[in-house]
Design a protein around this ligand. Structure first.
Ligand SMILES: [Zn+2]
Length: 345
């Protein structure tokens, strides 16, 4: 199958986001899927990119992996300016009658809960409003659903509704924030030593519930997109499709290469054992200036398990199969394995 996956640059400073375009051949015609749109500015870039490089003004599938602003905002530009086939997005505000019992102690009513979720995730809710105005069909991406040639591996509906939504208002574990602060003080100026065998990545990384709710997509060409998924969502995806490590050829490193979203065990389950030759590609969407995106320990972990790792850092990066090269585009330089580095904060 002919395909290309493009990661457009998003954000500046410590803020990163995702703006991803996938185009693939399906029965002799091309399908276009946009997965997250970054900021409004990157939304404009997506429109321009599709117009210029694909010569069309449509998107078959718009997918919002999770409702955070750095992933949802830009999609409103794409949906405003282009012809859209389907919108795939979680709509937690429509499930309040099923989940209100989780909120009784907070004296929430169905209406107040719905309002609160719409306010908290206003950039995602805006997408639903545009879709309704333009009569674009809306679907919720849950495990087992198919979006074009891609399958949703996570989240499953039960977990999303009854565990993740009730945690949306909570910040990640108080304890882990404190231990993170202590870790950060302890690690200040400390040099970390790793090798192809020695890994320092923590086994107990945790991320927020809204990050964990990220849609994980996979297709039979071995392409896996992860949004800001954390260890639980990745485990969930692997449980649903245990053959990941055999079939995977391309993976998005989740949450811009943050070290709280991956752990050694799950990476081995998805990518295979350490010490393989580099026969897979891993892309990261990270702002050029962000110190925490990507983490060197995360980059090392993916290289260790056979990935060539490439990060956006202000550029558009493209992975292709059977598609022509573009004039003036150069081969991206993969990130290096470092056996000595400082990882602060
Ligand atoms: Zn993000």
């Amino acid at each position: 199958m002919k395909y290309e996956i493009e990661f457009l640059p998003v954000g500046n400073g410590e803020k990163s986001g995702d703006a991803i375009i996938v185009r693939y051949e399906d029965n002799g015609e091309f399908k276009i899927m946009v997965v997250d749109g970054g900021t409004k500015e990157s939304g404009e870039k997506i429109v321009k990119h599709i117009n210029e490089h694909y010569g069309v003004n449509y998107v078959d599938y718009v997918v919002n992996t999770h409702p955070d602003q750095d992933h949802a905002s830009g999609l409103s530009i794409v949906m405003d300016k282009m012809e859209i086939g389907e919108l795939w997005i979680h709509r937690p505000w429509t499930h309040t009658s099923e989940i209100i019992h989780h909120f009784h102690d907070q004296r929430m009513t169905e209406e107040s809960l719905s309002r609160r979720l719409k306010e908290k995730f206003s950039s995602a809710y805006a997408l639903e409003e545009i879709a309704r105005e333009k009569y674009i069909p809306i679907y919720e991406p849950y495990q087992g659903n198919q979006i074009g040639q891609f399958y949703v591996l996570s989240p499953n509906e039960e977990w999303y509704l009854h565990e993740l939504i009730p945690q949306f208002n909570k910040t990640p574990q108080q304890k882990s924030i404190l231990s993170e602060a202590l870790e950060s003080i302890a690690s200040r100026g400390r040099t970390i030593l790793e090798s192809l065998d020695i890994e320092t990545l923590n086994a107990d990384g945790e991320t927020s519930a809204d990050n964990e709710s990220s849609v994980i997509l996979f297709n039979m060409e071995g392409i896996m997109l992860t949004g800001d998924a954390g260890v639980k969502a990745l485990e969930n995806a692997h449980d649903y499709y245990p053959k990941l490590s055999q079939d995977l050829k391309f993976i998005q490193i989740p949450h811009h290469g943050s070290r709280r979203n991956v752990a050694p065990d799950i990476l081995t389950k998805i990518l295979g054992n350490k010490g393989q030759s580099q026969n897979k590609t891993a892309f990261i969407s990270a702002s050029k200036e962000a110190k925490k995106h990507p983490r060197q320990s995360v980059v090392n972990a993916f290289i260790r398990r056979g990935c060539k790792v490439i990060s956006t850092e202000g550029n558009t990066i493209r992975h292709k199969n059977g598609m022509p090269s573009r004039d003036g585009w150069i081969t991206a330089k993969p990130l290096e394995f470092k056996s000595e580095f400082e990882e602060e904060g």
